[in-house]
Design a protein around this ligand. Structure first.
Ligand SMILES: [Fe+2]
Length: 327
């Protein structure tokens, strides 16, 4: 996959008026506004994301890890940029040790955290996460669940899922984090219903899932990096069937429920961000005028994203200049 685009990953700023009015706003515990009646602004560079939310009372710091592919193998064994010194398990451990100095409120993991569903590796990562003393939320990726032989992957993943395979959620600091397992390129009716129920709570909501939503600005990158749009609810996927693991996946791609899920996210007035992975290259793309989908990098070599949720201060998130401009 091309990393050239990653280097061109600019500091961008999006300041958005609250275009979506809300009926029946609910007073949130740590946020003055909810139900979508709040302004959101986004700013980001390669490693840091700042999301200002109107009504948020205090900052929240979140570490986003995705696609670590922990397996202890030499980095050459997994897709990614140039091989580096340490194997993935050591790199992830070092990132999590480093996270102790980041003053974190939450760690979110959006899939392909282990390279295949082996309980030993799930326990290894869960133990390292617990050692940080920070709450964490995990959702699976296609590699986490890929048993190759159709066997049930979930028992091996239990240290990470804690039994919540299909969906989970956690409210922290007035923000609702909702995880949906889309590791098989589809979302079930039960997951869609859960997502809608969570959105109806009216909190500023962050969606966590492995495979990113297909949005117009992300499609060209996926096609360039992977040869086809390996995205959720993409109208052309699986396209010309270049993708090798296609035969092992179910035939439910972009079915009606999955498409409805994508529309539910795009139409949600209180969705502020989507954190995802799968493409092994960072990207930031609008889902709607208020929310941005952040695709994380391959984190098996020490990369990570730090996401700060901050109270909204008009103008302050739009004062940064693009990183590749000299002025
Ligand atoms: Fe991956």
């Amino acid at each position: 996959m091309s990393k050239g685009l990653c280097e061109g990953f600019l500091v961008c700023v999006l300041a958005v008026a609250a275009l979506f009015a809300s009926a029946g706003a609910v007073a949130a515990a740590e946020s003055d506004r909810s139900g979508g009646d709040f302004r959101v602004s986004h700013a980001w560079d390669k490693q840091n994301i700042a999301i200002q939310i109107e009504g948020l009372r205090k900052p929240l710091r979140v570490l986003h890890l995705t696609d670590t592919h922990v397996s202890g193998l030499h980095p050459n064994a997994v897709p990614g940029p140039e091989p580096k010194k340490n194997p993935t398990d050591v790199n992830v451990l070092e990132t999590l040790k480093k996270s102790k100095e980041m003053n974190l409120d939450l760690i979110v993991l959006t899939g392909d955290i282990i390279h295949f569903p082996k309980r030993e590796w799930a326990e290894y990562v869960a133990k390292a996460l617990d050692a940080t003393g920070v709450p964490w939320l995990y959702i699976a990726g296609n590699h986490d669940v890929d048993t190759k032989d159709g066997a049930d992957p979930w028992p091996a993943l239990e240290p990470l899922t804690k039994g919540r395979n299909a969906f989970n959620s956690l409210e922290l600091g007035g923000i609702l984090f909702v995880g949906i397992d889309d590791s098989q390129y589809s979302v079930t009716a039960e997951q869609l219903a859960f997502f809608r129920r969570e959105l109806k709570k009216g909190r500023p909501t962050v969606l966590l899932m492995h495979i990113p939503l297909s949005v117009p600005t992300l499609r060209p990158k996926s096609i360039l990096w992977w040869g086809c749009p390996i995205l959720l609810a993409d109208p052309d996927w699986p396209g010309d069937r270049k993708w090798l693991s296609l035969e092992t996946l179910p035939s439910r791609f972009s079915d009606k429920t999955t498409t409805e899920f994508a529309w539910a996210a795009a139409a949600a007035p209180n969705l502020v961000a989507v954190l995802s992975g799968h493409l092994h290259g960072p990207s930031a793309d609008n889902v709607n005028p208020k929310s941005v989908q952040y695709v994380g990098p391959h984190c098996g070599f020490g990369d990570y994203r730090l996401v700060e949720f901050l109270p909204f201060v008009p103008g302050s998130n739009s004062s940064k200049k693009p990183a590749n401009k000299k002025n």
